[in-house]
Write a new protein. Sequence first.
Length: 137
Amino acid sequence: MKKERKTDSISTFLGSDANVDGSIEFQGTIRVDGKVTGKISSNGGTLIVGEKAVIHADISVGVAIIMGEVDGTVDAKDRIEVYPPGRVGGDIQAPVVSIEPGGILNGSCTMKPPTASPGKTTATPKIHPVTVDSKRN
C-alpha cells in the first residue's frame, strides 16, 4: 500500500524552466521542479523537490519532501521524506526521516529529537517503579 503524501497548499512554484543561482528564502510551501544552485532556507516552511528538479544546494527547512535530485546537506526541523525516484547526495538531519523503497541516500543520516522553542520546556518522562510478584496461586 502506497503512502499518501500530505502537503500544505503550495504558495510558491518554480517550474521546470526555472534556473536559480543564489539563495531562496521562503515562507509556507514551495515546490521546485527546476534547477537551483546555492542555498534554500525557511523558518519552518515545507520544500517539495519535484521529480525533474536538480538541486545543488544546502537546504534548511521545516519539512523536506524529495522526489528529485538533491546534492547538498538537508537539515529539517520536523522531517525529511524521500520518495522514488528521489536521490540525495549529502548528509541529512531531522527528527523523523522516511526513505521509501526506490529512494536513494548517499550520505550520512542523523536523527535528533526536535529542539525546544525558547521559553518552552521539554517534558521529561517519569519512570515509576514496578513490583512484580513471581508467586502465582
